[in-house]
Write a protein that binds this ligand. Sequence first.
Ligand code: MEV
Length: 313
Amino acid sequence: MKSKASSPGKVILFGEHFVVYGVKAILCAINKRITVTAEKVDGNKISIKSNIGNLELEPNKLISEIDSPLKPFYYLADKMIKNQNTGIDIKVESDIPLGVGLGSSSACCVAGAAAISKLFRDTTKKEILEMAIEAERTIFENTSGADCTVCTYGGIMAYDKKNGFTKIESEPNFHLVIANSNIEHSTKSIVAGVKQFKEKNEDEFSRLCDNEAKLIEDVLKILKTNSVGELGKKITENQKYLETIGVSNDKLRDMIQIGQKTSFGAKITGAGGGGCIFALTDTSNLNQTINELQSKNYDCFSVKIDFKGLDTF
Ligand code: MEV
């Protein structure tokens, strides 16, 4: 028996890092996906194959002793086959660049939870999301849960840790130009760095959280009017807060500056420290923005919002 699920990657439009401390963030799913195929097989093995490597282990291993980025899959499979006489083969295919802040690991957890659990029982999206967040915690304990949430439900949404998500009903017609610094980053260590910043600068951090919260409220109003220019100004403003907490660097700043020349606004998306930036465009400045970034040899591509979210088949 085989089952398959696919989940989109994501862009955090506003509020990364501050969302870890309870501030609302605004995210959207993007039209790049991860597909996971799971199959029950004879034998006592959990086997995972992906383009970042393979992992094959017997069930019942201690998660803390597994040193592999594929361990969320092992965690999910091991949990599901308890007291069942079966092994599991898992295959992961991705068109999301991996480890650069576009939600590849959350999409893996969501599509993995859906594909693996479907071998055993029917599940709701809510249950899949809970399993996915649990699996993500095996590699990044302090996750806010925002990324897995948007990878599950798709579309554009506001999210906070306490109240969960609220879908934003307008369907903004923008294009995001993503530029990849090709600097790998670890979300876990960048989030730890921000924690240190917060502990050393409590008052400043609390002011920044207030500013971010106010900015998000403004953005929610702007999204109702579909004014891409106004939205762009808020993106550029949000980038200043990310600079202050120390998650930017020279390469990201250079890409942002180039992006800001022709687009409505540009900022880091995700943890920063490496990974990607995005520039907000529409059809009037999409090609020009891509050309500017490519002329400086930056690796870039455009994405649109994915409204489907998790898909099982
Ligand atoms: C990472 O994509 C987003 C962060 O805000 C961490 C999190 O929300 O868990 C940096």
